[in-house]
Design a protein around this ligand. Structure first.
Ligand code: ZN
Length: 136
C-alpha cells in the first residue's frame, strides 16, 4: 500500500514582499512521513503569495529577484483590480502556487544550491503552506 502524508504549516510574514526559507520545515514533514522514495508537493493556498525553489547561498539573488519583480510589476500602475494589490496577484501568478521535489532515501532531493522559499507579495499577514508527501 502506498502512503501519503499531508500537513498544513503556518507561516508568519513580516513585510509586504519577502522570501522566507521553508526548506527545513518541508524536510521535517518528509522525515515525519517516513516515506523513503516518492514526491513532496508544496502548495501555497493564497492568491498573493507563491512558492519558489532557488539559490540558498547568496542572499543577493533574492533581493535581485524581488527588485526585478518590482521593476516589471510595479504597484499602482493603473490596474483594474479595485483591491489595490494587482501587482501582488501578478507576482503570485508568475512564480506560481506549487512546486514538487523528489524524495530519495527519505530526504528532499534538492540540488546543493537550492532552497524552498515561501514568497510573500502582500504581507505582512498570517499564511500557510500545505506540504504533501506521497510514496511511489
Ligand atoms: Zn486582490
Amino acid at each position: 500500500m502506498l502512503g501519503t502524508m499531508s500537513r498544513s504549516i503556518p507561516v508568519s510574514t513580516r513585510s509586504r514582499s519577502e522570501f522566507i526559507d521553508i526548506t527545513a520545515t518541508v524536510d521535517d514533514v518528509v522525515k515525519a512521513s517516513k516515506i523513503k522514495a516518492g514526491l513532496c508537493h508544496i502548495f501555497v493556498p493564497h492568491t498573493t503569495a507563491a512558492v519558489m525553489i532557488n539559490e540558498n547561498a547568496d542572499p543577493s539573488v533574492h533581493s535581485d529577484i524581488l527588485r526585478w519583480l518590482d521593476k516589471h510589476v510595479p504597484a499602482g500602475a493603473g490596474y483594474a483590480h479595485s483591491e489595490g494589490n494587482a501587482d501582488s496577484h501578478i507576482k503570485s501568478a508568475l512564480i506560481g502556487p506549487e512546486k514538487t521535489v523528489p524524495v530519495e532515501n527519505g530526504e528532499l532531493r534538492l540540488g546543493s544550491w537550492q532552497g524552498i522559499y515561501f514568497c510573500e507579495f502582500d504581507g505582512p499577514r498570517p499564511r500557510k503552506v500545505i506540504i504533501t508527501v506521497s510514496e511511489r
